[in-house]
Write a protein that binds this ligand. Structure first.
Ligand SMILES: Nc1ncnc2c1ncn2[C@@H]1O[C@H](COP(=O)(O)OP(=O)(O)OP(=O)(O)O)[C@@H](O)[C@H]1O
Ligand SMILES: [Mg+2]
Length: 300
């Protein structure tokens, strides 16, 4: 936990149901927080690696698997993005086998928590994109997080599986992380012209009250196009309804948070340090865009 109680909050984006908008939310919320000047770390914990490719990172040579098995510290796997306050820990297909590899290892639910312990101090927000399962990876995310954000696709089966997710939450609270809270439920892919969408929204709000964010994410084609351009929607089409909705969600979350003043600067990454020394040899690099004097030292 952060020493001064400020920042360092880790938020897991969880729903074992597939295709409900977890990755879209993780990517665009992380980008939104970073664009508000908050040092943010996005961790892709899904072997599908969709959050990585959403930033144009495909087949990363080092990724979250290396961190979980202790091969590399997080600071050597995190990389810079187009937004200088946002760092990304990508995922990769090696992660698929981790469930079996870890079957007999001790503390297998606490690997991410341990890996994050020091890094968390250097970011105000850590956003974790989870796979569509309640596997060991999701348990690691819940154990390492302060709270969870549950995207719910606004359709007939929106609440399906939610009971099992809440049971898992209780189990994690009992065994690994007593403080784990529900950050909020987020209605995604909302089509307010559609009757069913309106009924589902009313049902979710009557069940969960103010745990449901006021902000709703509409169905918006720009949100589904942005990843193929390797950009969060705010950098792809900031005027789109999708970008405006994620900006509103970001503000809603920030308005409920205790924030640092002035905001924390993200740590300088190993790769940026190397790029900088190469740049002094006359080579410019986009990874070296961190302002001078922003060196917070190694954190691994
Ligand atoms: N609000 C939206 N409007 C339109 N398309 C969306 C919206 N949110 C997500 N999508 C699209 O729906 C698909 C599923 O979204 P996403 O990948 O975010 O879900 P997920 O929960 O992460 O899926 P998985 O369970 O496979 O990890 C993607 O193609 C995405 O681009
Ligand atoms: Mg996903």
């Amino acid at each position: 936990m952060p020493l001064d109680g400020l920042g360092g909050r880790a938020l897991a984006i969880v729903n074992q149901k597939g295709g409900v908008g977890k990755t879209t939310t993780a990517v665009n919320l992380a980008a939104g927080l970073a664009l508000e000047g908050r040092a943010t770390l996005l961790i892709d914990l899904d072997p599908q690696a969709n959050a990585s490719s959403a930033f144009g990172v495909v087949a990363a040579d080092r990724h979250i698997y290396d961190v979980l098995i202790g091969r590399h510290p997080l600071s050597q796997v995190a990389r810079a993005t187009e937004i200088d306050t946002l760092h990304l820990v990508p995922s990769g297909t090696d992660l698929v086998g981790i469930e079996i590899e870890l079957a007999n290892s001790e503390n297998r639910e606490r690997l991410l928590e341990a890996a994050l312990a020091e890094a968390r101090e250097h970011y105000e927000f850590t956003i974790i994109d989870c796979p569509p399962s309640l596997s060991i990876l999701t348990l690691n995310a819940l154990t390492a997080s302060d709270s969870l954000l549950i995207p719910l696709q606004c359709e007939y089966y929106a609440l399906e599986g939610l009971a099992r997710l809440l049971e898992t939450l209780e189990r994690v609270r009992d065994r690994f992380n007593a403080e784990l809270a529900i950050e909020g439920l987020l209605l995604t892919m909302v089509d307010s012209r559609n009757n069913l969408s309106r009924q589902v929204e009313a049902e979710v709000r009557s069940h969960f009250g103010d745990r449901v964010y006021q902000t709703r994410i509409p169905r918006n084609v720009r949100l589904s196009e942005a990843p193929s351009h390797g950009k969060p929607v705010a950098l792809y089409d900031n005027a789109s309804a999708g970008a405006r909705a994620y900006a509103a969600l970001t503000r809603e979350i920030l308005s409920r948070s205790v924030l640092r003043d002035p905001p924390l600067r993200p740590p300088q990454l190993e790769s940026q340090r190397q790029a900088k020394s190469e740049a002094t040899a006359g080579e410019a690099s986009p990874a070296a865009s961190q302002p001078e004097g922003a060196d917070h030292g190694r954190y691994a």
